[in-house]
Design a protein around this ligand. Structure first.
Ligand SMILES: [Zn+2]
Length: 264
């Protein structure tokens, strides 16, 4: 009888302990949310993360805070950042306007990267994610690669480390997101865990987030903070970022040219 009970219990318990990756391993992952804050959806994401005891990273756009704290219209956006900070999440720059940086002039890219700083420097970690990741990828085309080098040098000169993603959920893409959970679980195995990209301006993401978190945990994977993959995230914003407090784009551009000379 005792043996029967043990076998029965094993059958009930074991499926929840199995690892779905083909190699039988489980991995750490960290959640990131881009393009916010959204006045209605971001607080809902925060509710889920609080319930699940998960610390995430929010890559925010500066143009949600036009005119800074002096502008009463920004009250909700700043109160969301205050909540993110109080609940232990990281807040990082996604630049000011959602532009493809490798298609901009050097002056435009410098301006779009530094413009968020006076608005958000009390909140930002020293990491930045370019919109679309544009400028952070390797290209076989020498001219494209030169432009990409220029974007990355500009990010670095402004005092930021660029942080992309390992696992792309494509949660903004209505067609691709039909298979979001299975695609995400597959990528977690392929990349051996890492940084997961979501968007907190997507209603569908907010509605399904808890279920996806449960499913990722059921595979045996664990949720960690960004510092697990990028220790620099926990550091304060460098003094060099003060350039953004009084945008000195010309000086920044000169330092970018210095970096570019070294790249060549
Ligand atoms: Zn984005």
């Amino acid at each position: 009888m005792k043996k029967y009970i043990i076998i029965t219990l094993s059958v009930l318990i074991l499926p929840s302990l199995h690892a779905a990756c083909p190699n039988g391993k489980t991995y750490p992952v960290t959640l990131t949310f881009d393009d916010g804050p959204h006045s209605v959806l971001t607080p809902k994401v925060l509710d889920v993360l609080k319930e699940e005891k998960i610390k995430a990273t929010f890559f925010v756009l500066g143009n949600h805070f036009p005119g800074g704290k002096a502008n009463p219209a920004n009250k909700t956006s700043y109160s969301i950042l205050d909540r993110e900070k109080a609940e232990g999440h990281y807040i990082a720059s996604h630049t000011y306007e959602h532009l493809a940086h490798a298609k901009l002039s050097q002056e435009q890219m410098s301006s779009n990267i530094t413009k968020s700083l006076p608005l958000l420097k009390d909140y930002l970690s020293p990491i930045l994610r370019l919109p679309y990741g544009d400028g952070s990828f390797r290209s076989k085309n020498p001219e494209t690669q030169r432009k990409n080098d220029m974007v990355m040098a500009t990010v670095k000169s402004a005092g930021f480390k660029h942080v992309g993603w390992d696992i792309d959920t494509n949660d903004w893409d209505v067609k691709k997101r039909a298979n979001l959970l299975s695609d995400t679980l597959k990528q977690i195995c392929e990349t051996q865990g890492g940084i997961i990209l979501f968007h907190d301006i997507q209603k569908n993401t907010v509605e399904h987030l808890k279920g996806w978190i449960d499913a990722i945990r059921a595979e045996g994977h664990s949720f960690v903070g960004m510092e697990h993959f990028v220790p620099e995230v926990a550091k304060p914003l460098a003094e060099s970022c003060e350039v953004g407090g009084h945008p000195k784009v010309k000086e920044l551009n000169d330092s970018v040219k210095d970096v570019l000379k070294k790249i060549k």
